[in-house]
Design a protein around this ligand. Structure first.
Ligand code: HEM
Length: 402
């Protein structure tokens, strides 16, 4: 089904309780209250259910038969693994898994470290930088572009396209919805034309980039069509860039909130993977995940009807006191740390190993080369205008070099 209307965006309007920039920067007390008072509730304004408790969020995500990922697609939006249900999801996911192996990701480590160093080289002497624009935005864009085999001179196009793909309306007006939709259509058309060109090149020359591997991948005689490779490549941009940007920025934000943590990570860099996991739990880049009920079903004592939209708030689940001790404390030693920030079950984030690796390398390089990282004084943090993505538009810091 294709829809141009508001239904597509029904569940990306912010929840009414997060009605100020301040609350969207610090939404956790609001989630804590909603989890206590209305753990599963229907929101008339957004025409969807909200689920706030860990066990309920987990129950929704682990049951794709009852909670489908299929949804009305926006104009030009193609079906991808993100919006497929079994059995098609299993087939496609196995195919892309073949290209996105741990080895492919781990082999990227030295390249990610080199890109990270280059980005830091260009700002270190200034003693100040904007973490978002100078560092956390370019890093994942360059990594994905290289992974896909996109030439360096086209990277800036990728950044522009990927920004538009994840953009949500800032004001809830019809005019703005229309404008955002038009921009997305334009970006998708341009990306499709771009990838079509790349694919025809890759068909004639053998290369080892992700697109070439995807074109060759085969399961039981089945291959991906050009169109499927294009949709998947576009999905990687949309799903991988802004999320990783926010993981890095949210991590640095946490370090500026706790200078002792900075010292500790610079002395014991082996704690950085645990730090990244706790950042994912504490400040999750994706706050909520949408599904549609396929049948009448009860969750948390509420009767959800077939066809109802269900929004699972992982940002709330990650602070559920029945699952995590002292959930509002940032605890590096937390074990196990079963946060739901990459989702759960069959749609568990395909890019999680890459996002973790990028996050860890970004923080490790910063700890090796910088100290006393502080948010510049007088800065008012502005939330990203998307209720599902958690992060800030800018994060200007000052620091000393090592
Ligand atoms: C799926 C979060 C980075 C590619 C997901 C899902 C979440 C998520 C919550 C599940 C969605 C659902 O259940 O409907 C994140 C976060 C990231 C991140 C927080 C960074 C910190 C990446 C990266 C890539 C990526 C770097 C690729 C380069 C994907 C894909 C899926 C997905 C392809 C769909 C998997 C499927 O439906 O089977 N991600 N993601 N993500 N992610 Fe990520």
């Amino acid at each position: 089904m294709v829809t141009e209307g508001k239904d597509r965006y029904a569940n990306i309007i912010p929840i009414a309780e997060l009605d100020s920039a301040e609350k969207r920067i610090h939404p956790f007390p609001v989630y804590n209250r909603l989890r206590q008072t209305t753990p599963v509730r229907y929101d008339e304004t957004r025409s969807c259910w909200d689920v706030f408790r860990y066990d309920d969020v987990h129950a929704v995500l682990k049951d794709p038969a009852a909670f489908s990922s299929r949804r009305a697609l926006a104009v030009r939006e193609k079906e991808t693994i993100l919006t497929m249900d079994p059995p098609r999801h299993n087939q496609m996911r196995s195919l892309v898994n073949k290209a996105f192996t741990p080895k492919v990701v781990n082999d990227l480590g030295p390249r990610i470290a080199a890109i990270t160093d280059e980005l830091l080289d260009s700002v270190l002497s200034q003693g100040r930088m904007d973490i978002v624009h100078d560092f956390a935005v370019p890093l994942p864009v360059i990594v994905i572009a290289e992974l896909l085999g996109v030439p360096p001179e086209d990277r800036h196009l990728f950044k522009e396209w990927s920004d538009v793909l994840v953009k949500g309306p800032e004001q809830n007006t019809d005019e703005e919805f229309r404008q955002v939709i038009d921009e997305k259509i334009k970006a998708t058309d341009e990306l499709t034309a771009y990838f079509t060109k790349i694919i025809s090149q890759r068909r004639t020359e053998t290369a080892e980039d992700l697109i070439s591997i995807l074109l060759r991948s085969e399961i039981e005689g089945q291959k991906l069509s050009d169109e499927e490779v294009i949709s998947f490549s576009i999905l990687l941009l949309a799903a991988g860039n802004e999320t990783t940007t926010n993981l890095i920025t949210n991590g640095v934000r946490r370090l500026t909130e706790d200078p002792q943590l900075q010292q500790r990570l610079s002395q014991t860099p082996e704690d950085i993977p645990a730090f990244i996991e706790e950042v994912l739990r504490y400040y999750p880049p994706v706050q909520a995940i949408g599904r549609v009920a396929t049948r009448d079903i009860e969750i948390g004592g509420q009767r959800i009807k077939a066809g109802d939209q269900v929004v699972s708030w992982v940002a709330s689940a990650n602070r559920d006191e029945t699952k995590f001790d002292n959930p509002d404390q940032f605890i590096l030693e937390r074990k196990p740390n079963s946060h739901l920030s990459f989702g759960f079950g069959i749609h568990f984030c395909l890019g999680a190993p890459l996002a973790r690796l990028e996050g860890q390398i970004a923080i490790r390089k910063m700890m090796e080369r910088m100290k006393e990282i502080q948010l510049q004084s007088g800065i008012q943090l502005t939330p990203i205008p998307s209720p599902f993505v958690y992060g800030v538009k800018e994060f200007p810091v000052s620091f000393r070099t090592l």
